[in-house]
Design a protein around this ligand. Sequence first.
Ligand code: IFM
Length: 730
Amino acid sequence: MSLWQICEDAFDPKKLNTQETVFTIGNGYFGTRGAFEEGYSGSEPATLIEGVFDNIPIGKEELANAPDWLSIKLFVNGERFRLDRGKILAYERILDMQTGVLSRTVSWESPTGIALRLKIERFASLADQHVGMIRYAVTSEGQDADLELWATLNTAVGNYEVLHFEPVDQSHMDDTLHWLQTETRHSKVQLVQTMSFVTQRQDFHKAILDSDIAPSFHLKGRLAAGDTLTTEKLVVMYTSRDGVEPRATAIERHLALLNEAAPEGSGSLYDRLLARSAEAWQDYWRASDIIIEGDDEAQCAVRYSIYQLRISAPVGDKRYSIAAKGLTGFGYHGHIFHDTEIFMLPFFIYTHPQVARDLLLYRYNLLPGARAKAASNGYEGAQYPWESTLDGDEATPEAIIHPESGEIIPVLNGHIELHITSSIAYAFWRYWHVTGDDEFMRDYGAEVLLSTAAFWASRAEQHPEHNDYEINGVIGPDEWHEHVNNNAFTNSMARWNIQAGLDALAWIKQTAPRKGQELTQRLRLDEQHLQHWQDVVARMRIPQDTETGLLEQFDGFFKLEPLDQSKYKDRTTSYQAILGMQGVQGHQIIKQADVLMLLTVLNSHFDLATKRTNWDYYYPITDHNYGSSLTPALHTILACEVGDIEAAYQLFMKGALVDLQNLRGNSPEGIHDACAGAVWQAVVFGFAGLRLDEDGPSTHPSWPDNWTRLAFNFFHAGKPISIDLHRPVS
Ligand code: IFM
């Protein structure tokens, strides 16, 4: 077993869509699902390009599925190659995470008995993010055969049944390349894809088929027994969002690649472009790899999470961030949630700070939308949308069809799930804390911390009888309980956010007085406001037993009925699906870490005894199997701290295998990218126990059974640091 490869050893039509997600290739600019070149009914081929949205009636807009660049249809003696016909004699599909190549080797016998061997490889270049390439090789294993291949750009694909792109124009240049110009129906984003399809074999006849909906190359010839036909399909993609004229740029880039001089021994164009991409992957892995010795399954799954984080992250574009499903599927429409700031961003802050900076600038640039949302709700400062896309307006749908029960249910998150705002503020602060990038804090971070603090200070209501400040009528991270008062996570993070705003202001006034003055004036931070902020910090209601340290998830949570989970041992759905929306609200059963997420995020603010008390209470009442996928792996951090290594490992593997084993049944809709981020955090902050304090970084390892070594790299204050932990011999 290679520790760098995800392998599939059989073609299973029932797993078609799951595996399409699992075998997605990408580079952060585009992601292409692992659909097969030959096409199958029920398949969901998709290429999603970062930030290319089109309108939808519910939920504002979604990443629009671009015309499919994978399509290659093969006919042998007139019979179409399809794995659901004829006989599969051998089959293997491998995603090589080290180089980003997806390859498939198939020995197949056609229904009339022609034996072929196919080797098909593809990659999305990490060195040139506009480039995707396929090498398609066919060997006739038994007898001479007539072959025909159609290589196409296929516009007949949509987000499920919604087709977003419509053809604008199409043509070709000699028999060298096709170009296809399409446009999203509503948002009017122009996309140009160019395609070439070449073989070194002179005896195959090549023809061009112009078509607005499926421009194609056609190759035809006779393959002698034992001979191989190798073809290479190169595709270049540019959109009108790229700041260039997409048609001219795509054609020029494509021709430059086709015509570049090939140094002696450098192989075909595919070999050369792959070598560049593989080198870029090598650089990526040098900074990001985690080595786990003694547990091959965990090693491979952790690398898969790190692979996913890279192919989801736009690099160098500050107008878009990482969606909940990255660029791997249609789930959540390409919208951005707290998944990015709380779950994925720590990975980038520690290993690729420049990418983290861009992801934060996405939020900084959307401050106007957040200010407008706060104002429209009657508050000050900036309130970030629960779901975000390009303009910073709220993108959460008002209703959805419940994925398990099929009912149409109202979605309140865009209105009352408020904690996204402090999560974003916290991400800015964390970036600063780890990188020491004062310039960034001065120019961008401080404004976000102050604007979000202003929101919270105006949102908290003073309660005359309780003599405190309260935040009522919210949804906390545990989304099964709605309209709750004083959610511990929301209130604690709000309090933290206001204090961070005050600290940032003091810091900036001292280190950059002019900027401090400018912010004070522009954000109207007069003395009266600042005193109010201090008062809110001092008297924010946090429901917690002062003796035991047990936090109450929200006012009245402890009065809800406990749930006897032993009655549901064989369940295959969430408690929300079993008990219903109302039923679950009446019980002490939760969807995802809420109090425990607070103890994880503000880790250094709580002592071990408080962590243990809350762990003992909340860990058993969380639906780790069918609640949210986000948190099992994140729980690993606390599980290690409280010394429950067995639970830590189980939770970690639930996260690490979530898509590789489709543990939640929804992998067809895309990768759980937050989970990928949580897996990285589980290893680094959980098992390795990495902490940063005034004395710098330190580790406190916890060793799951069989793990003998744990090693990784990160940056602290701009300096590279390598951690290499070895299990003590007992
Ligand atoms: O952001 C999450 C939320 O915490 C739980 N439901 C799914 C969202 C997107 O992943």
